[in-house]
Write a protein that binds this ligand. Structure first.
Ligand SMILES: Nc1ncnc2c1ncn2[C@@H]1O[C@H](COP(=O)(O)OP(=O)(O)OP(=O)(O)O)[C@@H](O)[C@H]1O
Ligand SMILES: [Mg+2]
Length: 310
């Protein structure tokens, strides 16, 4: 599997505090990977190591196939990075900031102009290019931060809390932006403490708490794995009494109750039990109109994990 980011036992201490504790991350190329954890979990510290701004005390970090050893200008071109709450010089105009970054990347004038024009459109700042950054709202500065991260057409974009300081509309827009960027095959690694945010945009997640990775994998797998149980909602054509009796006998059914024409079945099986359930219903002469697996929310899964790890 092609990995965009891999860390092996990555460790960072601040004095006696272990901010990142033998962290093993695996971010698959082409995914939108959420790095989720509560305040102080070690997200920003990890990200700073990945982009070469902090030196780890132990372990390794490999980004786009290259070992990270401090700042590496060649690798930096392939990585877009938006720091947590980016602070840009207030006296510059929006486009000027991007132009300076473009010059640092060694982009020729024509290419810079065209790219900046396009990026301002992508991040929704078209028409505000000539305004001073000091006159931008927080959300606009965040957007400019995203544009800056995309400037060098990176293969990997690392965003530290991209929705911090945004209002709900801004958050929706940033999510859409992230999905758009990912369509071109760009890998996106974004940190967040907002579960709902990650749940709505990410394909994969890593959950970190006190510097330790508690779970990692495809979003759906993580939710079902850590929540342990799934709820199946089954709508049937006839009165459900007989069906309830039959389904109750299945060994993996932990709870069952009826809501109108719907039977809500709680299961504690690892795999997909829909075939067994539909067979049991059909054998009693029942007709299934609709069946749906209700996922537990990431919020629930996340809280369970954090509580368990203490
Ligand atoms: N420069 C520093 N000196 C000392 N301790 C630090 C420093 N930077 C971070 N820490 C500590 O390391 C831990 C991890 O911090 P970090 O900023 O990586 O967390 P985070 O997951 O990004 O949190 P948030 O969601 O609040 O941004 C915290 O306990 C924090 O207080
Ligand atoms: Mg942080």
């Amino acid at each position: 599997m092609d990995l965009a980011i891999e860390t092996i036992d990555l460790t960072k201490k601040y004095g006696s505090l272990v901010a990142v504790n033998r962290l093993n991350l695996r971010v698959i190329k082409g995914t939108i990977h959420g790095f989720l954890g509560p305040n102080g979990a070690g997200k920003t510290t990890t990200i700073k190591i990945l982009v070469g701004l902090l030196k780890p005390d132990g372990g390794r970090a490999i980004v786009l196939g290259e070992e990270v050893h401090g700042d590496n200008p060649r690798a930096r071109l392939k990585i877009g990075y938006m720091p947590e709450l980016p602070k840009f010089p207030r006296h510059l105009k929006g486009w000027e900031l991007l132009d300076i970054y473009g010059q640092m990347y060694g982009m020729p004038l024509q290419e810079r102009r065209a790219r900046i024009k396009r990026l301002m459109e992508v991040v929704g700042l078209k028409g505000r290019e000539n305004d001073l950054i000091g006159e931008y709202s927080k959300g606009m500065q965040q957007r400019l931060g995203i544009a800056q991260a995309l400037l060098s057409e990176p293969e990997l974009v690392i965003l530290d809390e991209p929705s911090l300081g945004l209002d709900p509309v801004g958050m929706v827009e940033v999510r859409e932006m992230i999905r758009e960027i990912a369509k071109d095959g760009v890998t996106i690694f974004l940190s967040s403490h907002l579960l709902s945010e990650v749940e709505q945009v990410c394909t994969h997640i890593s959950i970190i708490h006190r510097g330790i990775c508690l779970a990692e994998g495809p979003l759906k797998d993580i939710i079902s794995k850590i929540s342990g149980t799934a709820i199946l909602e089954v709508e049937v054509a006839e009165t459900p009494d007989k069906i309830v009796e039959a389904v109750k006998r299945l060994p993996f059914v932990s709870n069952i109750h009826v809501e109108g024409s719907k039977v809500m079945i709680e299961t504690n099986a690892d795999g997909d039990v829909r075939p067994q359930i539909s067979r049991a219903i059909i054998e009693t002469g029942g007709t299934i109109i609709y069946m749906n697996v209700k996922m537990r929310s990431l919020e629930e899964a996340f809280m369970r994990l954090i509580m368990k790890s203490g």
